[in-house]
Design a protein around this ligand. Structure first.
Ligand code: ZN
Length: 271
């Protein structure tokens, strides 16, 4: 289930417990394959409607991306469209309605999954509210493709290690960097206690590689929150399961393969 939906269930918890016709809704969800027979039994064996609903809401949250919509449909079918209205109204409004997910990590920074020209992009981006109180994206942030996002996930432990080394000041180096591909680097810096995800660029006809404005610096608490979005992103981007980062592919097991790859070696001079 997407984080925004989870939040919405949380915000409307009291109302849901009061008004959900749980027995009927559970039957709907069972028929639609959201709940297994076992789960249905477990929920219905609770002695009162309060416990039933509470268990239903907890169970729903680990039943995949369709669970929320199916729950809403069931409520509507049972004449509880006012509840559905509440659930949907209170979700975070995003200007681009085709966003697959918009996960808050603090300070109006969101992890947003959307598609651009048939490609899935995962943004780490600062938003601001416009006059209609709707969140709109700002330029402050970065869009990662699947390969880059997977590498970010892969490097998490190393990045964590780098953070603690920077805090303890054991290495003596001012900065540690991790290449996510296509010139996007994660850097952990001693002077600024942040995790910076940023596009770098090679000045043409020189060997100079410089940082650009495209990127975002995350304080450690936001970095923590970002890590917390990994399971939700995986849930909304099933493509991740079927995509292998190029760095793990056969032809990358020798150095030549990596040098030939525009993900891994983006600043190569054209031959
Ligand atoms: Zn590569």
């Amino acid at each position: 289930m997407q984080e925004e939906h989870r939040q919405s269930l949380k915000r409307n918890y009291v109302q849901l417990v009061k008004e959900t016709p749980t027995d009927l809704v559970v039957d709907h969800l069972y028929q639609n394959g959201i709940l297994t027979d076992e789960m249905r039994e477990e929920i219905l064996q609770n002695s009162n409607s309060y416990s039933k609903t509470r268990q239903l809401i907890t169970t729903l949250q680990r039943r995949g991306p369709r669970a929320f919509e199916c729950f809403c449909t069931a409520l509507t079918d049972e004449g509880k469209s006012s509840l559905v209205h509440l659930l949907k109204e209170s979700k975070i409004k995003s200007e681009v309605s085709k966003d697959r997910a918009m996960l808050p990590i603090g300070g109006d920074i969101f992890v947003v999954v959307n598609e651009w020209r048939d490609k899935v992009l995962i943004h780490i981006r600062k938003y601001e509210k416009n006059s209609a109180e709707v969140y709109v994206p700002t330029k402050k942030g970065i869009a990662l493709d699947l390969n880059q996002w997977q590498l970010l996930e892969m490097y998490v432990n190393e990045i964590e290690e780098a953070i603690s080394q920077m805090i303890d000041d054991v290495t003596g180096v001012p900065e540690m960097t991790f290449h996510l591909g296509r010139g996007v680097y994660v850097s952990v810096n001693k002077t600024y206690p942040t995790v910076d995800v940023r596009q770098r660029w090679k000045i043409p006809e020189t060997n100079q590689i410089v940082s650009t404005k495209k990127g975002i610096s995350l304080t450690y608490d936001k970095w923590e929150a970002l890590k917390g979005t990994f399971p939700d992103v995986r849930e909304t981007v099933p493509e991740i399961e079927t995509t292998t980062p190029c760095i793990l592919s056969e032809d990358h097991q020798n150095q030549e393969g990596m040098l030939m790859c525009s993900n891994c070696n983006p600043f190569a001079e054209p031959l």
